[in-house]
Write a protein that binds this ligand. Sequence first.
Ligand SMILES: [Zn+2]
Length: 216
Amino acid sequence: MNIILFGPPGAGKGTQGDKIVKNFNLYKVSTGDLLREEIKKNINLGNKIKSIIDKGLLVSDNIINDLLIKIFSDKKLYNRLIFDGYPRNLEQARNLDTCLKKYKQKISCVLCLNVEKKLILKRILGRQTCINCGLIFNEYFMPATSKNHSCDPKFLNKRSDDNEKTVTNRFETYLNKTLPILDFYKEQNLLHHINGMLEIDQIFDEIRAIIASLET
Ligand SMILES: [Zn+2]
């Protein structure tokens, strides 16, 4: 089965993606990773990609396609892909369908993690790291207390770049870009909404049930 995972930044997409990979023996396709791996090889295409990125330009869809086709044509990865951060627009979604078809595969389901902006703000803005011992807390969900933390509270540090406006912008950009893609998959009856406001294990139970229903 091939799965696409959507979710706003801070929704726990990485965590759930890793759990799906592990439990269902899938291979995670992240275009960022594909590009980085190609650059590491330091031959033709990789050098071309590096020069594009170094100039601050976006890597073209054609290049990403070439990398994806390597994955689709790999027999070891046949029908066991999970896409994270791709497709980013409708054109890529349509193109993904066409490419997969060529390799006798298709998307089995699209999982969309839904989390309210309010909760994402608390998850991200509430994050505190102790600069003395490295422990991570959250002032809303897991505050540092004298029981779970022995350092002086003055060592607790908040990430400064995560201000409310940045998080809100990232969330809204995600919604605007993703809604048309979700509609595309909804029309194909592939879209499943997941309640991302629950605990990590509860969310995964929901995902597991959906995937299990596909396999029968
Ligand atoms: Zn500490």
